[in-house]
Design a protein around this ligand. Structure first.
Ligand code: GLC
Length: 447
C-alpha cells in the first residue's frame, strides 16, 4: 500500500477518491481501488462540517418496520411471492403496533452504544409509516390510526439519538411506480409524488439528521431529478446528511451486508440475521462477538456501522436481537472509546486480533485469545508501553525487529467477547509484514 493511498485523518483526503475493500474480518489493506465519489449538492468543506457528529457516532441502529412485519417473511415478500397489490394492501388493516413501541428501540440502541437511528418511513411496498397528504396508504389513515414516524422521532430524540429517515424511491404500490420508466406523464406524476413526500418528511418533524434513500429503480438520477430533490432537502434541512442511493454521491457511501472502506465517508449497513424486515423463521443470527468484530473493522477503516433490527408487527424487538445488542452494549460500555475516537489504522495483520488506532496508540482487539502470550508481527514502531484496556493494568513485553510479545497475560480471555490491549508507540503505528518474510534470518540447509 502506498502512503498516498492511506487516509490519515477523517475527511482530509476526501477528494482523493481512493477506496479499497476490507472483508468482514479481513486483514487486507485499506483503500486499494479508485472510486468516484463526493458531494453533489454540497461542498467537501460543508460536508465535513455537517458530518462531524456522524463520524464520532460510529454505530447506529437501522429499523425495518412496515406491513411486511405482519407477514414475517422478509420485507421483499410482496415481490418474492408475487403477491397482488389488492391482496397485500389488506395487511394495512391489521398493522397496528402497540403505542410507542419505538421507545424500546431507542432504549436498546442507547444501551448498545449506538448514537443514531434510521427507520424506514416507506419501504418498497409503498406503505407510509408517516402522515402524508399524498396517499391514504399510510399508518395514520389505516389500522394504526397514528403517525409511527412521529412516535419514532419522539422516542429517538428523548433517548438523545440522532434521527434518520429511510425512504425507498422504488415503490411497488404506486400506480406510476413502474410505468414511469417509459411514460413521461407517469414519470412526472410519480416524481412529484416522491418529491412531495420527501418534502413532508423534511418539514413535519423538526430537525432530521440523516436522509437514507434506497433503491432508485427504475429511473436515472436525471429522471428522478435527484439534484433538484436534494437541493430542496438541504434548503429545508441545512445540516442533514444524505446518502448516495438517489444515484448521486452526496455525503456518504453505503456498502451493504459487507464492510468496505472508502476514502469518502462510508457506512456499512448489515442485518443481525439474514433479513431486514421481521422474518419469523430466520434463525441465522450473528453472535454478539461477530457484531463487535464487525464494529472494530468499521472503526479501523474510519467508517460507521448501521446495524438492523426488524421489529415484530406489534413493534417488539425479537429476543435474539435484544440479547445480541445487550451483550454488545456491555462491551461498548467498557471499550467504546477505542471505537468512537478511532482514526484510520494501517495495522491490520493478525490471525487472532484486529486493531484500531487513536493517535500513536494502537488498540489490539483480541477475538481469539491465545493464552499467556499475545504476539504482533511487523510493527515498525518502538513500543513504549502496553496495558490492559480499559483497566490500565500494565503488561510486560519484549520487542525485537520482527515482533512484539506481550507476556504474563491471563490464560483465559479477560473479556468473553473481545479483549483489548492498548499499546503506546513512538509514532503512528505501522506494520511491515514483508520485512518479516524477507529479512527474518534463515537457517542453513540441513539444520
Ligand atoms: C436493500 C433491500 C432492502 C433493504 C436495504 C437496506 O436495498 O432492497 O430491503 O432495505 O437494502 O440497505
Amino acid at each position: 500500500m502506498s502512503s498516498q493511498n492511506m487516509i490519515s485523518r477523517r475527511g482530509v483526503l476526501g477528494s482523493l477518491g481512493a477506496a479499497a475493500s476490507i472483508s468482514t474480518f479481513s486483514n487486507m489493506p485499506l483503500f486499494a481501488q479508485a472510486e468516484k465519489s463526493g458531494p453533489t449538492t454540497s461542498t467537501v468543506a460543508d460536508r465535513d462540517r455537517r458530518m462531524q457528529w456522524w463520524h464520532q457516532a460510529r454505530f447506529g441502529m437501522f429499523i425495518h418496520f412496515g406491513l411486511y412485519s405482519v407477514l414475517g417473511r422478509h420485507e421483499w415478500a410482496m415481490e418474492m411471492e408475487g403477491i397482488p397489490v389488492a391482496e397485500y394492501e389488506q395487511l394495512a388493516k391489521s398493522f397496528n403496533p402497540k403505542p410507542h413501541a419505538a421507545r424500546a428501540w431507542a432504549q436498546l440502541a442507547s444501551q448498545a452504544g449506538m448514537k443514531y437511528m434510521v427507520m424506514t418511513t416507506k419501504h418498497h411496498e409503498g406503505f407510509c409509516n408517516f402522515d402524508t397528504k399524498l396517499t391514504n396508504y399510510c399508518a395514520p389513515k389505516q389500522a394504526a390510526g397514528r403517525d409511527l414516524v412521529a412516535e419514532y422521532y419522539e422516542a429517538a430524540r428523548s433517548a438523545g439519538m440522532r434521527v434518520g429517515f429511510y425512504y425507498s424511491l422504488m415503490d411497488w404500490h404506486h400506480p406510476d411506480g413502474a410505468r414511469c420508466a417509459h411514460d413521461e406523464a407517469a414519470r412526472r406524476r410519480f416524481v412529484e409524488y416522491i418529491h412531495g413526500q420527501v418534502r413532508e418528511l423534511c418539514t413535519n418533524y423538526g430537525k432530521v439528521d440523516v436522509l437514507w434513500y434506497d433503491v432508485a429503480w427504475p429511473l436515472s438520477a436525471e429522471e428522478w431529478e435527484s439534484v433538484k430533490l436534494n437541493k430542496m432537502v438541504r434548503q429545508l434541512q441545512p445540516d442533514i446528511l444524505i446518502n448516495n442511493r438517489a444515484k448521486i454521491p452526496e455525503d456518504f457511501t453505503t456498502p451493504e451486508q459487507r464492510i468496505q472502506a472508502f476514502a469518502e465517508p462510508w457506512e456499512s449497513c448489515m442485518t443481525m440475521n439474514d433479513s431486514w424486515g421481521y422474518q419469523r423463521a430466520d434463525d441465522d443470527w450473528k453472535s454478539s462477538k461477530t457484531i463487535v468484530r464487525n464494529l472494530v473493522t468499521c472503526a479501523r477503516g474510519n467508517g460507521n456501522y448501521l446495524l438492523n433490527i426488524g421489529p415484530k408487527p406489534d413493534g417488539s424487538i425479537p429476543v435474539e436481537s435484544v440479547q445480541i445488542l445487550t451483550a454488545v452494549g456491555r462491551w461498548m460500555n467498557q471499550h467504546g472509546d477505542a471505537i468512537y475516537s478511532a482514526e484510520s489504522c494501517e495495522v491490520n495483520r493478525s490471525e487472532v486480533a484486529n486493531f484500531t488506532r487513536i493517535g500513536n496508540k494502537l488498540y489490539i482487539h483480541v477475538h481469539f485469545w491465545p493464552g499467556e502470550v499475545v504476539s504482533v508481527g511487523g510493527l515498525t514502531n518502538k513500543v513504549l508501553s502496553a496495558k490492559h484496556y480499559p483497566s490500565g493494568q500494565q503488561i510486560q513485553f519484549h520487542q525485537d525487529q520482527f515482533r512484539v510479545q506481550l507476556v504474563g497475560l491471563p490464560a483465559a480471555s479477560p473479556d468473553p467477547l473481545v479483549s483489548v490491549i492498548e499499546m503506546e508507540c513512538d509514532g503512528v503505528p505501522k506494520q511491515d509484514m514483508l520485512n518479516i518474510r524477507e529479512n527474518r534470518p534463515r537457517r542453513e540447509v540441513g539444520i
